[in-house]
Design a binder for this molecule. Structure first.
Ligand code: SF4
Length: 220
């Protein structure tokens, strides 16, 4: 399939509609908050990462550094974020969410919109299938350099796809030494470590479940 195929265009149209619904949800969730969606996205990123440089914020949002700097400055003025020197000479700085910023972010993350309800209406198998498709799409965009590297299981050195002969929990996380199912695949895991053999991991994952002995041999 190429980008000009009717099906590819239809899929992009579908994504655009979902994006519009998400944006509407974001504005509705922020109706009584002193933030716009970009500032809310940065605040959530700072909370999840425990602090980040301006360059990392810009890469995550897919915007220029001056644009990210403006939004961060707005968060600082509102007392939701602050800068701290990362090095003794003060040349490198990290941006953190303040306690007030973390509390506001927690409140915002609990708000439920139409997109959440539409996703919840899917049955668990459909949700797991959708998650696998999202992972595939995010990985493709990442390979194209269109989005910043995400902390996905499928690019993590601790990930052992289809290591267990168990349809409900076929994967293994070597970091916590536990089996898990497709619905628990992570898109943003704080324990993620980039795998050197990411392509090999992806091939194993995308091939699907091996059979019998091959599955049991996969756990080191
Ligand atoms: S450490 Fe996190 S990203 Fe890596 S395999 Fe385990 S759960 Fe997935």
């Amino acid at each position: 399939m190429t980008q000009t195929d009717p099906l590819a265009r239809k899929l992009r149209d579908g994504l655009e509609r979902l994006g519009a619904a998400l944006r509407a949800d974001q504005w509705a969730a922020l109706a009584d908050a002193p933030l716009n969606p970009t500032q809310a996205q940065i605040l959530n990123f700072l909370v999840k990462r425990g602090g980040a440089r301006v360059g990392a914020v810009a890469a995550e949002l897919g915007v220029s550094q001056p644009t990210a700097t403006d939004s961060i400055a707005a968060l600082e003025r509102k007392g939701l974020a602050q800068r701290r020197a990362e090095t003794k000479d003060g040349r490198a700085t990290l941006i953190f969410a303040t306690a007030r910023g973390r509390a506001l972010n927690e409140t915002l993350q609990t708000r439920v919109g139409a997109t959440d309800r539409a996703l919840a209406a899917l049955d668990p198998a459909e949700q797991a299938q959708l998650l696998a498709l999202f992972i595939n799409l995010i990985r493709n965009l990442q390979l194209e350099g269109a989005i910043a590297p995400q902390r996905l299981c499928v690019t993590c050195r601790h990930f052992r796809p289809y290591a267990h002969d168990d349809a409900n929990a076929p994967h293994h996380c070597a970091f916590v030494d536990a089996a898990f199912g497709g619905a628990a695949l992570r898109l943003d895991c704080p324990d993620h470590e980039e795998a050197k053999e990411a392509e090999e991991i992806w091939l194993k994952f995308s091939r699907g479940a091996p059979t019998g002995d091959a599955a049991r041999e996969a756990v080191p």
